[in-house]
Design a protein around this ligand. Structure first.
Ligand code: SF4
Length: 63
């Protein structure tokens, strides 16, 4: 699994960080960044929850 954050859509709510803090972090401008190139299986459920929780639909999962 790979995850992308569209910076043009991200509004920096940081719900993704709250739900999966080993996958998402916040950059200097307050927007979400993905810190892992490949998401390990034990993080998949958290990432799917983060994708669903993102109000801007800024998170894309590639299986
Ligand atoms: S939840 Fe969505 S909009 Fe909010 S910081 Fe994460 S990617 Fe950005």
């Amino acid at each position: 699994m790979h995850v992308l954050v569209d910076k043009n859509k991200c509004h920096g709510h940081n719900r993704c960080v709250a739900l999966a803090d080993e996958v998402f972090d916040v950059d200097d401008e307050g927007f979400a960044v993905v810190v892992l190139d490949t998401i390990p299986p034990e993080q998949h459920d958290k990432v799917r929850r983060a994708e669903l929780a993102c109000p801007e639909r800024a998170i894309t999962i590639e299986e």
